[in-house]
Design a protein around this ligand. Structure first.
Ligand code: NAI
Length: 467
């Protein structure tokens, strides 16, 4: 029997893959998506963005109840943690959303090919699933297989004591002392969750700052706040060995000055980055050579060097962010359909869901200077914002960086309450090539946190009103 044929087969159903498949189907292409996990949605929905945000929210409520509500005149006599309910709620959210993707596939007539997909040749995919091995043909194949946590020799995952982000989402009890290797996004988010739930947390970071690459004022500001919350940090410290004995895990670390430090805990989260995931794809069969670091090479239109084979998301260059993958998925589907598809990499926001949150888009002040760009900077603290005072969350600030000559916004950085939502205005501003004055002249509702964005824009021209 001849193999069933599709216009497009997407391999992987993460935010890049499933969005690409839906958009391709919307454009009238007969589309299938291969996924071997029991549920669609990839890392983001199953073991990444969504479950971590569920736990961040729940742990925030717990921490606010313990530490902040009394300041609002709300007395809670007895607060206790029900971790199984918290974890169950997280799992239900994941179930609902992944089921939602399956529903979207049905609605858009995307065929879910259940099983592990691999290349036979550049137009043939083999899917090995519960029903055995089936081959399918497609004019276009999109690699959207995402990424996996990096495992380092001094700390091999044992999935119980030494875990990746996946394991840190389902500890059955609150660790006494959680050692976090890596002061990046995952380390700080998951470290925050377990700190709020009562664990002692120590973060080991190899570089001089947490969140390397972020605007320095933000990473230094967040470091101070997290230290105040009781998280310990060892900067310029590298994990070199891990020892396990009697339920304890000891991190042996080397400091930049050559000295050694030993940290004892009961659980360890290793979050030192992720790597492109292409194992089992049999890309050798199509003669595709990976870039250094294991990424799939693509041109600016997501075409690999092999005709008809495309790639998007974590598996290609650029930041490993769900929203970057989604937008690439849409652009790639549109290009396959013969339309124009484009992603503006200068306007991709990055968010860290700590408390307060960190959000950024465009250039940091350091990067702007490195590029030799003359810039003006406007800043406004939440301490001077009425709504932030009413909330009782006044830490942090908004920082807007504009080209000194044209006033065009080239970067925006927020450390503070709801930074993840506030950044959207500045993403649109960069997308539209707005000047700081454009934001400064736009009316922002009062009283809102967003007035701090307007005030920072006014600050670019040194004319903020409320400081
Ligand atoms: P990351 O790249 O953000 O941070 C890893 C950190 O580990 C770096 O600061 C690095 O200097 C440090 N490090 C590396 N080796 C070390 C060693 N041996 N000892 C001590 N420190 C060491 O990677 P992370 O946090 O694992 O996240 C992976 C990816 O997932 C990132 O690309 C991130 O953007 C993405 N992600 C995004 C989220 C968001 O958008 N909110 C949430 C979670 C993950």
């Amino acid at each position: 029997m001849a193999a069933q044929e599709f216009d497009v087969i997407v391999i992987g159903s993460g935010p890049g893959g499933y969005v690409c498949a839906i958009r391709a189907a919307q454009l009238g292409l007969n589309t299938a998506c291969v996924e071997y996990e029991q549920s669609l949605g990839g890392t983001c929905l199953n073991v990444g963005c969504i479950p971590s945000k569920a736990l961040l929210q729940s742990s925030e409520y717990y921490s606010h109840t313990l530490h902040d509500l009394a300041k609002h005149g709300v007395k809670v006599e007895k607060t206790s943690l029900d971790l199984p309910t918290m974890l169950k709620r997280k799992d239900e959210i994941v179930k609902g959303l992944t089921g939602g993707v399956a529903g979207l596939f049905k609605k858009n007539k995307v065929t879910w090919l259940k099983g592990r997909g691999s290349f036979v040749d550049s137009t043939t995919v083999k899917v090995v699933g519960a029903e055995g091995e089936v081959t399918y043909k497609a004019k276009n194949i999109v690699i959207a297989t995402g990424s996996k946590p990096i495992e380092i020799p001094p700390a091999k995952f044992d999935r119980e004591q030494i875990v990746s982000s996946t394991g840190a989402l389902k500890f059955a009890s609150v660790p006494k002392h959680l050692i976090v290797v890596g002061g990046g996004v995952i380390g700080l988010e998951m470290g925050s969750v377990w700190r709020r739930l009562g664990a002692e947390v120590t973060v080991i970071e190899a570089l001089t700052t947490i969140l390397p690459g972020m605007d320095l004022e933000l990473s230094k500001g967040l470091l101070k706040i997290m230290q105040k919350e009781g998280v310990s940090f060892h900067l310029e410290t590298k994990l070199v060995e891990t020892r396990k004995a009697n339920g304890e895990v000891t991190a042996v670390c080397q400091k930049a000055d050559g000295s050694t430090v030993e940290i004892k805990g009961d659980r360890m989260l290793v979050a030192v980055g992720r790597r492109a995931y292409t194992e089992g794809l049999n890309i050798e069969a199509i003669g595709l050579k990976l870039e250094a670091g294991g990424k799939v090479p693509v041109d600016e239109h997501y075409r690999t060097p092999v005709a008809g084979v495309w790639a998007i998301g974590d598996v290609i260059r650029g930041p490993m962010l769900a929203h970057k993958s989604e937008d690439e998925g849409v652009a790639c589907a549109e290009l396959i359909a013969g339309r124009a598809g484009h992603v503006n990499y200068e306007a991709i926001p990055g968010v860290v869901y700590t408390w307060p949150e960190v959000a950024a888009v465009g250039l940091s002040e350091e990067a702007a200077k490195q590029q030799g760009l003359a810039v003006k900077v406007g800043k406004f603290p939440f301490l001077a914002n009425g709504r932030a005072k009413a909330f009782g969350n006044t830490e942090g600030f908004v920082k807007i960086i504009a080209d000194a000559k044209s006033d065009r916004i080239v970067g925006a950085h927020i450390l503070g309450p709801n930074a993840s939502e506030l950044i959207a205005e500045l993403v649109v501003a960069i997308e539209f090539g707005a000047s700081a004055e454009d934001i400064a002249r736009s009316t922002h509702a009062h009283p809102t946190l967003s007035e701090s964005v307007k005030e920072a824009a006014l600050g670019v021209d040194k004319r903020s009103i409320h400081i």
